[in-house]
Design a protein around this ligand. Sequence first.
Ligand code: AMP
Length: 364
Amino acid sequence: MRVGVLGAGQLARMIALAGVPLGLEFVFLDPSADACANRLGEPLVGDYRDPALLAQLAERADVVTYEFENVPANVAEFLVSHTQVHPCPKALAVAQDRLFEKTFFHDIGIPTPDYAAIDSLENLEQAMTTIGYPAILKSRTQGYDGKGQSVLKSPDDLKPAWELLQGVPSVVEAFVPFKREVSIIAVRSVSGETVFYPLSENLHRGGILRVSECRANDPLQQQAEDYVSRLLEALGYVGVLALELFDVNGKLLANEFAPRVHNSGHWTIEGAETSQFENHLRAILDLPLGSTAPVGHAAMVNFIGGLPATEDVLAIPHAHLHLYDKAPRKGRKVAHATIRAENAEQLSESVKKLAELADQVDDS
Ligand code: AMP
């Protein structure tokens, strides 16, 4: 079996690392010849929209998946008409546009922060009379890791924020006083078998994920499973999906979802019986899904902008280093470490040590 992946970054690389033991082969399509997954399979180098390359990908692969959600709709449609593609193009279309995404959440009964669609400065001024301060203005498309966003604290912020976004179609949403940010990673196979990982509790700084900790037996697990199940059903989804949520005093509000394997699920590589990457492959190949049970207490720390010394990470008991083989660059995710522990105290001590190493190399 050969799996085609659109994109050959670290997520594609970790998908391939999970697939090799299952006897799978990989073919990647990415604009960069140096992309970090390329050495784990056959690289096709060029533009994602190049019909000749897409035709080659479809011909070479038994099933195609992707590692990023900004796959243009016509690219997804082309692939669907030539081969099996999971997840479906509809999931991409909804996840690519924050307004569609929020409307979709509402239609299926998943609560979100209050929001309004924005097309002009007048529109924004009007919307703020009901949304109230503080709020956050986000471009509808192309935003990730906090990019294309501005916090609005008073009416004086509206004009500069709108100008910063260069007047692109946007949404404004209430800035919610969350107690914590969590995500749930769910997996659904071609036959409809569905499994959920325990909640990840996520710490962001500057809009970028820094630390995720597995929260086994979290009181909000059931609520999160209910919401993500609705999403899987409504989309007819196949593969791994991550739903990011705000915990506002025990009530979950959806922020966004990613139709792919997700950074907040990296702890599953050593911290769960089956990793999110292996389960994604099992799901799209219609194999039985693996247990999502955590193996002790587990967490993940991202390295952004720079690499730690390997020996410093490995000196921490139960730490595993995952290098992405990417050149360090400001604000770029270049590695992560997963960590396991026998109890919560030991875990928080190890996370603290790893976070210190991450801060030493972080230039963002
Ligand atoms: P996003 O790109 O939508 O994931 O936003 C990046 C980060 O900004 C989130 O992980 C939150 O830490 C913060 N954020 C986004 N939207 C809100 C909101 N409505 N209220 C409070 N914080 C938010």
